[in-house]
Design a protein around this ligand. Structure first.
Ligand SMILES: [Zn+2]
Length: 454
């Protein structure tokens, strides 16, 4: 799908022609930089259940959301657990299902887990990849070539400052907004960098923070929000706050994974509780309109987070009422759900033919947890690997969420292993290289865009 088509109200989403989902194990966790402003657009969070039923579209407020994909009740995908913790209490599971707004085409989870639960569990930073830094450099160059060598840029969910750091070659004033402790934690990890000197407001993005920036620093030329929009409870309120700090000729740069990529790559394992919504161009345009903004242009980056779209927004003149357009068809989405169902069954069948003692997985990632739990929910007696290899030391010794497979460091010798399940399938080339260094000569199981042994 070319997201540009979705900016033309005459055309409708056609989710059939997308690209490869690749590049990072998981999108860089934005340091817990999710936005909590605005209402929940649903019922209050249940005291016991820990979640609320999501009832109205996060963009256009339509109440008739159409559920199309159900991955069953699942624990939090990043919630690796210790055996000791499990001995006391099993993990809580929450419904994991997606619904479509027929008005604007926004896919969104049918429930919202209480952020207090969602973002207080054990989190891991996956580090910064070379490809991501190149991408950040490209964005900075784009901004500088358009706006010149001086200006004021704010990065919402600035994380470790990687993006802002790319503006240092020019005379730009830098300001990050980031509630987590990632900025301080990362200083030691990057001794050659000067990111520590970037000022960071340690808060969630909100109207109050926007007001503070405007008051203390004046209008902002460029606001950047990468990989945070899917976490936002109320994108319209988020954008209104952003608009309020923007200079008259200012621009907002939003980057989000594209739902068309998710469908084309069958990347249903990118659906988990942290990701409240899955964006397309029409929904983004609607959210912009409702906030007094308009989409000026967009760019596609097939290799970033498996398919990212960058939207450039600017102030919009005139009324901000929606024009009614034809309903979005759910045909593509129901076909996607059928492919997901088939993939779960087929993967279960493949793994059940593998001898457990000679079966390992690689990548204790969130997407791996979603995939294994989706299979486990339907086929609890399937053969799961005896361990999951992961190079992150903090994950080793823990158990994967839900299915409870031990996470281990890469063994020195993999010559007696028959199959490695590449749970972080977007990292297949890197994992293949590392496995072969350790004497592995068996097959790799990958599930995207279809399950197979390679
Ligand atoms: Zn909607």
């Amino acid at each position: 799908m070319d997201p540009r088509k979705l900016l033309d109200t005459q055309s409708r989403p056609n989710m059939t022609t997308e690209r490869q989902r690749e590049s990072r194990e998981d999108p860089l966790p934005r340091g817990g930089s999710f936005d909590l402003i605005g209402s929940q657009l649903g019922e209050p969070f249940g005291q016991k259940s820990g979640f609320s039923v999501h009832t109205n579209c996060r963009v256009c407020r339509t109440a008739l959301l159409l559920p199309y994909l159900d991955l069953g009740d699942q624990p939090l995908a990043n919630g690796l657990v210790s055996a000791d913790a499990l001995a006391v209490e099993n993990e809580t599971r929450y419904p994991l299902a997606v619904a479509l707004c027929p008005e604007c085409g926004l896919s969104q989870l049918t429930v919202a887990v209480d952020p207090k639960i969602l973002y207080t569990h054990y989190r891991f930073s996956s580090g910064v990849s070379r490809a991501w830094l190149v991408h950040c450099q490209e964005l900075a160059n784009s901004v500088i070539s358009e706006k010149g060598f001086s200006g004021f840029v704010v990065d919402i969910a600035a994380n470790d400052g990687s993006q802002l750091n790319q503006f240092r070659s020019a005379d730009w004033k830098l300001l990050g907004v980031e509630p987590s402790d990632v900025p301080t934690l990362m200083v030691g990890a990057h001794p050659n960098e000067v990111r520590a000197n970037i000022p960071i407001i340690r808060q969630f993005w909100s109207q109050a923070v926007a007001d503070q920036i405007r008051r203390e620093h004046g209008p902002v030329d460029v606001v950047i929000a990468q990989n945070v929009f899917g976490h936002v409870a109320d994108p319209v309120e988020f954008l209104k706050a952003t608009k309020s700090v923007l200079a008259e000729d200012g621009q907002i740069v939003i980057e989000v994974p594209d739902v068309g990529d998710m469908i084309d790559n069958l990347a249903f394992d990118t659906i988990y509780h942290e990701h409240l919504s899955y964006w397309n161009g029409l929904a983004l345009e609607r959210a912009a309109e409702a906030s007094g903004l308009r989409v000026k242009k967009l760019e596609q980056f097939p290799d970033i987070h498996g398919g990212t779209v960058r939207y450039w927004l600017e102030h919009r003149d005139g009324a901000t009422q929606f024009e009614r357009s034809p309903l979005v068809s759910d045909t593509v989405y129901t076909a996607f759900a059928q492919r997901v169902s088939h993939t779960i069954d087929l993967t279960s069948s493949i793994i059940s033919g593998i001898e457990k003692t000679k079966f390992l997985a690689w990548g204790a990632s969130a997407k791996g947890a979603v995939m294994m739990n989706a299979i486990y929910n339907r086929w609890p007696r399937a053969t799961f690997p005896r361990a999951v290899i992961d190079q992150t030391p903090e994950k080793q010794g823990l158990l994967t969420p839900g299915v409870h497979i031990p996470v281990i460091a890469p063994p020195d010798d993999l010559s007696d292993v028959d199959v490695i399940w590449v749970l972080s399938w977007n990292w297949l080339p890197q994992i293949r290289a590392q496995a072969e260094q350790r004497g592995f000569s068996g097959k790799y199981l990958v599930t995207s865009p279809s399950p197979r042994l390679v």
